[in-house]
Design a protein around this ligand. Structure first.
Ligand code: FAD
Length: 326
């Protein structure tokens, strides 16, 4: 049976949402009997985290080398590719998070494997397997496959359902990769949290983003208020970041973050292709712009032609009223 390896990213006591989605899909695939699925993680694991992972995969392979205790692209790529080669894995899969995007291409090079980045769907019944990948700002959806294995794939968050089959009792395997001296050139010096409370933009189910139409940094309060009310994460265009109204961590787009939420609300955003490339797989897009010809309307499920300084306060007011009523 072909084996799929899922790289699991953890944060404190939690499994990152992007990884949990992959584990859910992996558990469904294992249950279907067509693939064997193994989850691989690096570094220290708390007991609670280990238990959670063992309830989410049929096999957990935990690499405990001291050199893998903190992230380095070279160490992770060495260990993951080495294990994939050892077991003859058909596929290595990770979330298209900052870390996944950083080291999976390196692992693909070591494995001399084909790589698909930022896939949004997989056709597991096809032979060879095929994956859907949005291109040109979501105008084209390429169906990609490779004639040879292994293949390496990063999947965008929110691509698979978060439904974990019950009753999984995984096997735990502790390993070391024996990363040779001189392999790791990158050292983690400091880890900082950008903001506490808000869900990471790349994994958020709900995003409210603002563009230059907001006119000034202080007007982002409208975006923050709406986001706060519905539990969304705030995003911004590059124009806004360049103007220093918001930090770079909030930038959505080609040179920023890729978001794939269930709902994306964009206000005062023109819809330049560089921005669209970062949000084109949002399930539902609501655009607010006073220009009826704004390009963002081409990507919107719901378009509101109006002044955001009227529309946003009206939305906030209405949501508050409904919340009070319920
Ligand atoms: C290599 C490269 C990489 C890039 N990467 C990114 C990236 O990662 N992310 C990104 O976002 N951009 C990126 N850009 C920039 C991108 O091309 C656009 O310039 C940028 O997205 C435009 O931002 P905006 O929509 O906020 O501003 P604008 O294009 O100026 O649009 C402002 C919009 O607000 C509307 N508006 C104004 N006032 C109101 C009002 N009162 N009510 C309602 N609507 C109003 C206007 O009609 C207009 O449509 C990149 C560019 C390059 C060259």
């Amino acid at each position: 049976m072909d084996t799929i390896i899922i790289f699991v990213e953890t944060k404190g006591d939690e499994v990152r949402k992007a990884s949990m989605e992959l584990l859910c899909e992996g558990a469904r695939l294992s249950a279907g009997g067509k693939f064997a699925v193994e989850a691989v993680c690096f570094g220290p694991l708390t007991l609670a985290l280990k238990d959670r992972l063992l309830a989410s995969t049929s096999k957990l392979v935990h690499f405990t080398d001291a050199s893998l205790a903190s992230y380095s692209p070279e160490g992770y790529a060495y260990a993951l590719s080495g294990y994939a080669r050892e077991i003859g894995a058909k596929m290595v899969m990770a979330g298209a998070t900052g870390i996944g995007r950083d080291f999976l291409p390196r692992a693909a090079v070591i494995l001399e494997a084909g790589m698909i980045s930022d896939a949004t769907a997989a056709n597991w019944d096809n032979d060879p397997l095929t994956f859907i990948r949005p291109q040109f700002g979501g105008k084209v959806f390429a169906e990609v496959s490779f004639a040879q294995s292994p293949i390496v794939v990063t999947m965008r968050p929110n691509s698979f359902a978060m439904e974990m089959p019950e009753g999984i009792e995984g096997e735990y395997v502790e390993r070391t990769a024996g990363v040779p001296d001189g392999t790791i050139h990158t050292t983690l010096v400091r880890r900082g949290e950008a903001k506490s409370g808000a869900v990471d933009l790349t994994e958020a189910d709900l995003v409210v983003a603002g563009g230059r139409g907001l006119k000034a940094a202080e007007n982002f309060k409208l975006i923050e208020d709406l986001a706060g009310l519905i539990g969304a994460t705030v995003g911004a265009t590059r124009s806004v970041v360049d103007a220093r109204w918001r930090g770079q961590a909030d930038q959505v787009g080609k040179s920023g973050k890729t978001v794939s939420p269930k709902l994306y609300i964009g206000a005062g955003i023109s819809g330049a292709i560089h921005h669209i490339m970062g949000m084109d797989t949002s399930r539902v897009v609501v655009a607010i712009n006073r220009d009826p010809n704004a390009i963002i309307f081409n990507y919107a499920n719901y378009g509101i032609v109006g002044d955001l300084f009227d529309v946003l306060p009206a939305m906030i007011e209405e949501i508050k009223k409904r919340k009070e009523r319920s």
